[in-house]
Design a protein around this ligand. Structure first.
Ligand SMILES: NC(=O)c1ccc[n+]([C@@H]2O[C@H](COP(=O)([O-])OP(=O)(O)OC[C@H]3O[C@@H](n4cnc5c(N)ncnc54)[C@H](O)[C@@H]3O)[C@@H](O)[C@H]2O)c1
Ligand SMILES: O=C(O)C[C@H](O)C(=O)O
Length: 304
């Protein structure tokens, strides 16, 4: 069973994509608001019925219902409003994530947890610490969404089909995000063969800023994050061993310890099966280190 805690906009969409992709027979939506997860589940089941897909989506307010889950997605909490950074949500969401993860520990001790709530990297750290799970079983979704945006900008700038484009974004899912043109390509050919440096710099800026633009225009980001969650869940459920940037706990990798930040990792049935250490150049390393400092400073200010 896949459990999604937080049946709001992103949680509901993640359930929808996971059901359409038939990632498991049962999907549970949990929320504190009475009626919301039940209504969301009904709506999705009605759609699945017409599609002829035998995945059952259930909504509940009882955390005990997550017993037996293999994967728990934590997407409960507030989203930012226009003018805010993700870090502005630190205090309010830390309290929510702590209490949610206590429940995961209580009822689904053998699961893997995918934190999504913002600010993502500090929330992944809280999840890792509060759960006490092995680090391979806690990996946050942020970079997968960032790379889908970078990929779209590369597609728009080059005109090449989306499926020929590979893109990578690591670091903080926040102000110190690190899109990596050197590790992105069109059909395996480096981006520098297609776009001049000034254009690449523009795409990097756009990738960092576009979520705020979507929030300004429609109030929240929904479909791209819902899909990105399902892509990570799929790599676990189908043991695809895809290399995906996830917010995972570092223990010496990239020269850092006791911090949770986005790095590429092999995601399979066992969760994070391997962290990939890229050979970053000085400029990239500087931004990555700044991201680590930002996350460390945030987590030092919260009681866990
Ligand atoms: N990591 C990412 O890439 C990414 C992408 C999109 C959104 N987010 C974050 O995901 C979070 C949710 O976004 P949204 O747009 O779905 O918000 P939303 O307000 O639509 O939904 C949040 C839901 O969480 C529920 N909730 C609050 N406290 C809870 C608790 N203790 N237990 C269970 N449920 C609880 C609320 O009732 C609400 O239904 C935000 O923090 C947002 O910033 C992260
Ligand atoms: O930007 C946000 O606040 C939501 C999410 O982190 C996103 O990148 O879409």
């Amino acid at each position: 069973m896949i459990t999604i805690i937080g049946a709001g906009k992103v949680g509901g969409d993640a359930a929808l994509f996971s059901a359409l992709k038939k990632l498991d027979d049962q999907i549970l939506l949990l929320d504190v608001v009475e009626g919301l997860p039940q209504g969301e589940a009904m709506d999705i089941n009605h759609m699945l019925s017409e599609q002829g897909i035998d995945v059952e989506v259930k909504g509940s307010n009882d955390f005990a219902d997550m017993k037996g889950s293999n994967i728990v997605v934590v997407v409960a909490g507030s989203g930012r409003k226009p003018g805010m950074t993700r870090m502005d949500l630190l205090k309010i969401n830390a309290t929510i994530v702590k209490s949610v993860v206590e429940n995961v520990k209580k009822y689904a001790d053998n699961s893997m947890i995918i934190p999504v709530t913002n600010p993502l990297d500090p929330m992944a750290y809280i999840t890792y610490k509060v759960s006490g799970f092995d680090r391979s079983r806690v990996f946050g979704m942020g970079g997968m969404l960032d790379l889908s945006r970078f990929r779209q900008f590369i597609h728009e700038a080059t005109g090449h089909s989306r499926d020929s484009i590979r893109a990578l974004v690591i670091g903080e899912h926040g102000e110190n995000m690190l899109p990596l043109p050197r590790f992105s390509s069109v059909s395996g050919i480096p981006l520098s063969s297609f776009l001049p440096k000034e254009k690449l710099d523009e795409l990097i800026q756009n990738t960092k800023q576009v979520a705020a633009k979507v929030i300004e225009l429609k109030g929240a980001t929904v479909h791209a994050p819902g899909n990105a969650i399902s892509a990570i869940v799929e790599s676990v459920m189908r043991d695809r061993k895809q290399v995906i940037p996830v917010a995972t706990y570092l223990d010496g990798e990239y020269g850092h310890s006791d911090v949770t930040i986005g790095v590429p990792a092999v995601i399979g049935r066992k969760g994070v099966e391997k962290i990939i250490e890229l050979d970053l150049n000085d400029e990239e390393k500087q931004i990555f280190d700044k991201a680590v400092e930002s996350v460390k400073s945030a987590i030092s200010g919260i009681e866990i």
